[in-house]
Design a binder for this molecule. Sequence first.
Ligand SMILES: *Cc1c(COP(=O)(O)O)cnc(C)c1O
Length: 285
Amino acid sequence: MIRYHDVNGGLRQKYTASFRLDDLGLLRGYGIFDYFLVRQGVPMFWDDYADRFYRSARLLGLEVPIAPEELRQRIARLLEANRERNTAIRLLLTGGYADDSYTPAEPNLAIMQHPMPSVAPERYEEGIKLMLYRHLREVPEVKSTNYLTGIHIRELLKQAGAPEVLYHDGRLVSESARSNFFIVTAEGVLVTPAEQVLHGVTRKHVLELAQQAGIRTEVRDLTLDELPRAAEAFLTSTIKGVLPVVQIDELRIGEGRPGPVSRRLRELWQNHVADYIARHQPFKR
Ligand SMILES: *Cc1c(COP(=O)(O)O)cnc(C)c1O
């Protein structure tokens, strides 16, 4: 049972844990976060998520008030208090309490704990549909708390029968609202957009796994024109892992079911996760 969150270094009951109303995160959507899984007590790929969290903060001119080692200690204490070994952690850093409701002040830092998320197994077996939508995330390299477009288009997605979106700028494809996007070309090359995307931790590991498996990879611009010739496509994210995409709007991808490269990478990813758990210890205080 998850009972507590950490707010600025203090454990608080989760339903009453709070920041004040004059926080810029709430007033202006000025804040960053990160989100990772904890499996069998082991925070997964901690170094990658910690790096990205501090980097997102830096890019928005916010200072994380504590060093990574102390952040790690706070996470250890929260995990101990909540006694849940398979779970998710969200780090949240906001613009702080602004006197003029506009200028970033001393950031507030919360560590929230959530139940382990799950994705329905048939999504992996059948693959999913994406809906194209023209949008470029603001400051795409930052994991900001602003998901205005993604949340706003939920009804459109529902009407399209697409669980997720694929953002583009009219020429180039970028990513989904909370996931990175890959295609496998007819020649068997794995391609993912280089720029204007969040640098996903899963994306990074999947690229490395593909290279180790002898799959050619290209991190470059990916145009809308290339989609009709793609043999396969998939999304990657912390929650989804490797999730096959079989349709984009009315375009069927490949055979309309998950292809061999996507299936192989999903398996390599699952082995990689198991391997990481076996080689790492739970955080100690
Ligand atoms: C979190 C996120 C991703 C996926 O990153 P992971 O580190 O693999 O979870 C991709 N795009 C956006 C916009 C995100 O917020």
